[in-house]
Design a protein around this ligand. Sequence first.
Ligand code: PXP
Length: 244
Amino acid sequence: MARLCVNIDHVATVRQARRTVEPDPVTAALLCELGGARGITVHLREDRRHIQDRDLQILRQVVRTKLNLEMAATQEMVKIALLVKPDQVTLVPERREEVTTEGGLDVALYRQQLQKYAGLFREAGISLSLFIDPDPDQVQAAHFVGAQYVELCTGPYSLARTELERKPKYEMLVNSARMAKKLGLRVNAGHGLTYENVRPVAALEEVEELNIGHSIVSRAILTGMERAVREMADIIRQARHEPD
Ligand code: PXP
């Protein structure tokens, strides 16, 4: 059965909207673990738009399952990862102007650099995962570089609007997962997965972990809204009857 790893970036997005202290992604991480998450994923972006360095340091201390740090393949980030020592690093492409990661890393193009980083992470005892498009050349390149995992990008599968559009995207995932497994790579998947579209991906026996963020944080906001409003309304109702 695939393990669920929850990406909590967007808890920090809400906090950063006010540059305040709530909601705290660390508290969210602990609640995710209580709810059955088998790992916590955060993306420390170069522009620090959501997760901050301090969050990462505290998460390293409190996460009991698996801490997966998503990051760009840059020297600055590699240095941070080697200091913080997450259980796993997932390298992703990153552009400042993007709203979210827009596709897989071109591992074939950056082989040499990635091979060097793979060696550093191996020495530090950190697993390396490469976020790639479900494309045979990228799978081959990930194997060549010496990563332990690939994370197959489910973005195009998730964006497909009709069954006709979705089928070929799903087949690409299936074929890449099989190929990766044959090469001895471990397989994760994620991006854009929702309560509606996750089932066929979760059913793939090659897939060990699913990284899901936006959809879970979105649902948490809505399922928690009624209770949050009731609690505030109760405080307001009781305020005039209570001594200071
Ligand atoms: N996997 C990777 C590599 C990602 O960059 C992201 C988004 O940060 C996710 C998974 C989670 O995607 P979503 O938030 O759409 O579930």
